[in-house]
Design a protein around this ligand. Structure first.
Ligand SMILES: Nc1ncnc2c1ncn2[C@@H]1O[C@H](COP(=O)(O)OP(=O)(O)OP(=O)(O)O)[C@@H](O)[C@H]1O
Ligand SMILES: [Mg+2]
Length: 157
């Protein structure tokens, strides 16, 4: 499913819709070139979910945690991993036990070790237009994507 994001305002709108359709225990991987808009989209989703305060890119910390009443949210950026084993060394498997929502930039750096992946979001820029492709990999992901498609008709292309 492809969404065209002509401006940051479209990203804001899509993020608000994503925040409404995703459910606890959901894992989203984010792909796309440097600067394609991965962190911006995650930041907007977190704000729409009620996270307050600064939302930093996890590039240098690998993960930034956020805690809401009903869910733990983790935003990973694995760009600096030198090998996939670091995923286990850092104990990241344990982040998937309690009710969680995980966003993972550069997930391919942990090749094969990430437990469940419900959506992949690929961000790209063509002729200066940002776009966002969402692919579901689980039944739960498929159900949430259907809801998103209904809600986000105006952004579909
Ligand atoms: N839909 C959009 N329209 C216009 N500009 C955008 C859009 N989405 C993101 N940007 C801008 O693109 C820039 C880079 O975004 P961002 O840092 O989110 O990229 P990234 O994919 O996380 O990069 P990295 O791989 O370095 O982590 C930011 O300045 C952001 O404001
Ligand atoms: Mg980023």
């Amino acid at each position: 499913m492809n969404f065209q994001l002509n401006s940051l305002s479209d990203t804001h709108t899509l993020a608000g819709l994503i925040a409404e359709v995703i459910v606890p225990n959901f894992v989203i991987t984010l792909n796309g070139d440097l600067g394609a808009g991965k962190t911006t989209l995650v930041r907007e989703i977190l704000q729409a979910m009620g996270v307050t305060g600064s939302i930093k890119s996890p590039t240098f910390t690998y993960v930034e945690p956020y805690h809401l009443d009903y869910i733990d949210i983790f935003h990973f950026d694995l760009y600096r991993f030198s090998s996939a084993d670091e995923w286990l060394d850092m104990g990241f498997d344990e982040y998937f036990i309690n009710p969680h929502l995980c966003f993972i930039e550069w997930a391919e750096k942990a090749n094969g070790l990430i437990p469940e992946m419900d959506w992949d979001i690929t961000l790209s820029i063509n002729n200066e237009i940002h776009s966002c492709r969402i692919t579901a990999h689980t039944n739960k992901g498929q159900e949430c994507l259907k809801s998103l498609m209904k809600a986000g008709v105006s952004l579909l292309n």
